[in-house]
Design a protein around this ligand. Structure first.
Ligand code: C2E
Ligand code: MG
Ligand code: MG
Length: 723
C-alpha cells in the first residue's frame, strides 16, 4: 500500500486521516444536504493538494480550491464524469481512470500516472482512496492529484532544507560557542574538525590549535583505550550517543576527568558523516565521589582503612593464600589502658593519642600489608604474601619495640602500651573468624601481662607458642653468651693421628639444658639468625685454633678446624671479608680453618655459592662438601666447585660392615673423590668393623663415636699434646 503513504506524506499523516474520517461521516444518509455539502468542502479543503470526491459511478460530488491550480473552475466540475473534464491532458483518460474507480468500488485504493491538463500540462499522479460508510462498504471515492517533477517545487524544497540546515548549524555553533561544556565535531575517525572555545577554560588550550589533531593525543594512558573504543562504537550505534568517562590533559600537565557523549551525524545513506561530542568536566564530582568512597571505607580520625575495607582485603588475601599455599597472618592490636587516657586527659587527647599510634603503626606496615582501625583503640594488621604468617611475629615484635618509646601528648610524655594477638590461616577460613581468633589471642597476651603478643594457631597452638619462645630466646643466645662449641676429632686412617676437628655448636640454655644443633639450627636458618650464630662460631673456632697452636712444633702440619656453613651464610656479602678479618685478628693462618657446606645448601643458589666459594678458596681456605650422597644425585657440580674434601654421610657408613650395597656405594664415592683429587673423610664411624672396611676401601680420614664424641675443647688438650 505504498500509494497511501505517498499521499500521506503530502498532507501529513494525522490531517489526512482526519479528512478520511470526516468524509466517512458524510456518507450518513440521515445528514441534511446543506450540512453535507458544506462539510465535504471543508474536509477537502483540509488537504494540501487538488482533491475531488466522486461517487461510485465516477460522478464528481465536489472539489477543493486547489484544483484551480490546474486551470479548471470549481463550478465546472461538480456533477460531471471524472474522465470527461479538462483536468487531464490524456487521449483517453477513462482508460486510466476506470480501473482505478472499479478497484475503489471494491474497497481498494490505487494510483496511476496520468498527464494533467490546464495552462501548463505535465505528468501527474492520480491517487484514489475509497471512503467507507459505517457498514464498511464503499460510499464514495476520494481522488487526489499531484503533479510530478515540478522542478521549481523541488528546488524550493532543497533551498528550504539547506536554509534549515544552515540555521541548525548556526544554532549548533551558537550553542557550542557559549556552552561551558566542551563541544566538538570530529570526522568519522575522530579527528577534530570543530572545537568549542570552552576548551580554553577547560584545558587551557586554543581551540584552533586542536583542529586536525586527534583527541587521543590528549588522553590519559589509563583511559586512552576507553576513548578509542567509544569513537569506534559511536560509528556503529545508529543515532544513539555513546557515553563514557575519561581523562584529558590540561596544559599544565594535570589530567581532568570528563563525561563525554559521542553522537554520530549520519548521511542520508546511513553512513557516518561526522561525530559530535559533548564533554562535561566532572573532576570535582569525581573527587566528591572518591571521597565518599573513602569515607565509606576509611576511619575518619586516622584515615586508616576501616573494618569493611579490612574484611574485603582479608577475603582477597585468603583467596590468594588458598591458591598459593602461603599462610597469612593477622595481628589484633589493642592499646593497654587506653581508657585511662580518655578518662583522665579527655577525649580530644585520646583522639590525638590514637592518631599518633596510627602514625607509628603505619611506619611499621610493610608494603602490600594492610593496617586498619576497627574500633576505639583496636587496630588490625593483615600480613599477606610470601612471608605472611611468619612475618606477623616479626611485625608484632617491631610494634612492641615502637611502643617502648613514650608518646608526647599536650607536651607530656605518656607511655602507651599495646597487646597483640596473632592468628594465622591457610585461606579456607571465614575472615571474621580469623579476626576473632586474633582477638582471643590478644586477650591471652593481655592476661599474661600487657605489652606482649600471643599466637592463636588452630593447627598446633602450643607448638607455635613454643616456636616463638624459642625464636625469641635464640635471638638473645649470642648476646647472652649461651652458645658453646664442641669439637670432634678427625683421624688420619694411615697414621692414626688427629689431623683436624669438626666444630659443632650447642646451645646452653639458662635452665642448664644443652640443646643439640638439630633442634635450633633449622629455626636459625629459617629466621636468618644463623648469620649471627655462624659469625660467632667462626670467631670462636679461630680463637680455639690459636689456643691449640701451643701443642704444635713449627714443622708440624697444623690441626685444622672444620666449621659448618649454612646456605644463608653464603648469601651474606660480608662473609669472605669477615672470615679474613677474623682469622687475622686471631693471629692464625687460613690453612687452620676450613669450611664445610652440605650439598643441599649448595643447591639453594648454586651460582651465588660458587662465587663465594671461589673467593674463600682464593684467600686460602680449604672447602669440604658435607653429608655427601644425601643431596644431589648428579655430581657434575663436584668438578665445578673449588673443593678439597668430601665427607661421606653417616648413613652410608653405618651400613658398611653389614650391607653389601652400602659398601659398593662407599667404594664408588671414594674412587670418584680420588679421581677428582679430593680427600675423603668418613663420618659417623662407630665400630671397628666399619673402620676396617674404610681402610680397605682406601678412605683417607674418619671421625665418629669410635674415636670420640664431640666434646669441649679442653678434653683434647692432652691428646693434642701427644699427637
Ligand atoms: P654434621 O655437620 O654432619 O655433623 C656431624 C653430626 O654427626 C654431629 O651431630 C655429630 O655429633 C654426629 N656424629 C658424629 N659422629 C657420630 C657417630 O659416630 N654416630 C652418630 N650417631 N653421630 C655422630 P651434631 O653435633 O648434633 O650436629 C648436627 C648437625 O648440626 C651437623 O651435622 C651440622 O649440619 C649442624 N651443625 C652443627 N654445628 C653447626 C654450626 O656451627 N653451623 C651450622 N650451620 N650447622 C651446624
Ligand atoms: Mg658437618
Ligand atoms: Mg655431616
Amino acid at each position: 500500500m505504498t500509494h497511501e503513504r505517498d499521499t500521506a506524506t503530502v498532507t501529513g499523516d494525522r490531517s489526512r486521516a482526519d479528512v478520511l474520517t470526516r468524509l466517512a461521516r458524510l456518507t450518513d444518509p440521515d445528514l441534511d444536504d446543506h450540512t453535507r455539502v458544506v462539510d465535504i468542502r471543508a474536509a477537502l479543503d483540509q488537504l494540501s493538494g487538488p482533491a475531488l470526491l466522486v461517487d461510485l459511478d465516477g460522478t464528481i460530488l465536489d472539489v477543493n480550491d486547489h484544483v484551480g491550480r490546474l486551470g479548471v473552475e470549481r463550478g465546472h466540475l461538480r456533477g460531471r464524469a471524472l474522465w470527461s473534464t479538462s483536468l487531464w491532458d490524456a487521449d483517453n483518460p477513462a482508460a486510466t481512470l476506470s480501473p482505478l474507480i472499479e478497484a475503489g468500488v471494491e474497497g481498494r485504493a490505487g494510483q496511476r500516472t496520468i498527464d494533467l491538463g490546464g495552462p501548463a500540462p505535465r505528468p501527474g499522479r492520480v491517487s484514489l482512496t475509497p471512503i467507507s460508510d459505517e457498514t464498511r462498504s464503499t460510499a464514495a471515492l476520494l481522488v487526489e492529484l499531484r503533479s510530478l517533477a515540478d522542478s521549481r517545487e523541488t528546488d524550493a524544497l532543497i533551498e528550504a532544507t539547506t536554509q534549515a540546515l544552515a540555521a541548525a548549524e548556526d544554532i549548533f555553533r551558537a550553542v557550542a560557542e557559549h556552552t561551558s561544556d566542551l563541544v566538538c565535531l570530529h570526522d568519522a575517525a575522530g579527528t577534530f574538525t570543530y572545537v568549542s572555545p570552552s576548551v580554553r577554560r577547560l584545558l587551557d588550550i586554543d581551540a584552533d590549535s586542536l583542529i586536525g589533531t586527534h583527541p587521543v593525543d590528549l588522553a590519559h594512558a589509563g583511559t586512552r583505550d576507553a576513548l578509542v573504543q567509544a569513537i569506534h562504537d559511536a560509528g556503529r550505534r545508529g543515532s544513539e550517543p555513546t557515553r563514557f568517562r575519561h581523562r584529558l590533559r590540561h596544559r599544565n600537565g594535570a589530567y581532568r576527568w570528563f563525561e563525554t557523549a559521542i553522537t554520530p551525524i549520519l548521511a542520508p545513506d546511513g553512513t557516518v558523516r561526522q561525530l559530535q561530542s559533548s564533554s562535561r568536566d566532572i573532576t570535582e564530582q569525581r573527587e566528591t565521589e572518591q571521597s565518599l568512597i573513602k569515607q565509606a571505607f576509611h576511619d575518619e580520625l586516622t584515615g586508616l582503612p576501616n573494618k569493611a575495607l579490612l574484611l574485603d582485603r582479608l577475603s582477597h588475601a585468603l583467596a590468594v593464600s588458598e591458591r598459593s599455599n602461603q599462610p597469612i597472618g593477622v595481628l589484633f592490636i589493642d592499646l593497654d589502658a587506653f581508657k585511662t587516657i580518655n578518662d583522665s586527659l579527655g577525649h580530644h587527647v585520646g583522639d590525638t593519642a590514637l592518631s599518633k599510634v596510627a602514625e607509628r603503626l603505619t611506619a611499621i606496615v610493610r608494603p602490600g600489608d594492610t593496617l586498619a582501625r576497627i574500633g576505639g583503640d583496636e587496630f588490625v594488621m593483615l600480613c599477606a604474601g610470601t612471608d605472611g604468617a611468619r612475618g606477623a611475629t616479626a611485625v608484632a615484635r617491631r610494634i612492641l619495640d615502637a611502643f617502648a618509646m613514650p608518646f608526647v601528648l599536650e607536651g607530656r610524655e605518656i607511655e602507651i602500651g599495646a597487646s597483640i594477638g596473632i592468628a594465622t590461616s591457610m585461606g579456607s577460613e571465614d575472615p571474621i573468624r580469623i579476626i576473632d581468633n586474633a582477638d582471643t589471642a590478644m586477650y591471652e597476651a593481655k592476661h599474661e601481662g600487657r605489652g606482649r603478643f600471643a599466637i592463636h594457631d588452630e593447627i598446633d597452638q602450643s607448638l607455635a607458642l613454643e616456636r616463638i619462645d624459642t625464636e625469641e630466646a635464640l635471638r638473645r643466645a649470642v648476646e647472652n653468651d649461651e652458645l658453646r662449641l664442641h669439637y670432634q676429632p678427625e683421624l688420619d686412617l694411615d697414621s692414626g693421628r688427629i689431623v683436624g676437628f669438626e666444630a659443632l655448636v650447642r646451645w646452653q640454655r639458662p635452665d642448664g639444658r644443652l640443646v643439640p644443633p638439630g633442634e635450633f639450627i633449622p629455626l636459625a636458618e629459617e629466621t636468618g639468625i644463623i648469620v649471627e650464630i655462624g659469625r660467632w662460631v667462626i670467631k670462636e673456632a679461630c680463637r680455639q685454633a690459636s689456643l691449640w697452636r701451643v701443642y704444635r712444633t713449627p714443622e708440624q702440619e697444623p690441626v685444622r678446624i672444620w666449621v659448618n656453613l649454612s646456605a644463608r651464610q653464603l648469601g651474606d656479602p660480608d662473609l669472605v671479608p669477615f672470615v679474613e678479618r677474623t682469622i687475622e685478628a686471631a693471629g692464625i693462618s687460613t690453612d687452620e680453618i676450613c669450611l664445610e657446606i652440605t650439598e643441599s645448601a649448595l643447591m639453594d643458589d648454586a651460582h651465588a655459592a660458587t662465587e663465594q666459594l671461589d673467593e674463600l678458596r682464593r684467600i686460602g681456605i680449604s672447602l669440604g662438601i658435607d653429608d655427601f650422597g644425601t643431596g644431589w644425585s648428579q655430581f657434575a657440580y663436584l668438578q665445578r666447585l673449588p673443593l678439597d674434601v668430601l665427607k661421606i654421610d653417616r648413613s652410608f657408613v653405618s651400613g658398611l660392615a653389614s650391607d653389601h650395597a652400602a659398601a659398593t656405594i662407599v667404594a664408588a664415592i671414594i674412587d670418584l673423590a680420588h679421581a677428582l683429587g679430593l680427600i675423603v673423610i668418613a663420618e659417623g664411624v662407630e665400630s671397628e668393623d666399619q673402620l676396617a672396611v674404610l681402610r680397605e676401601l682406601d678412605c683417607d680420614q674418619a671421625l665418629g663415636f669410635l674415636f670420640s664424641k664431640p666434646r669441649e675443647p679442653a678434653a683434647f688438650d692432652q691428646a693434642l699434646d701427644t699427637n
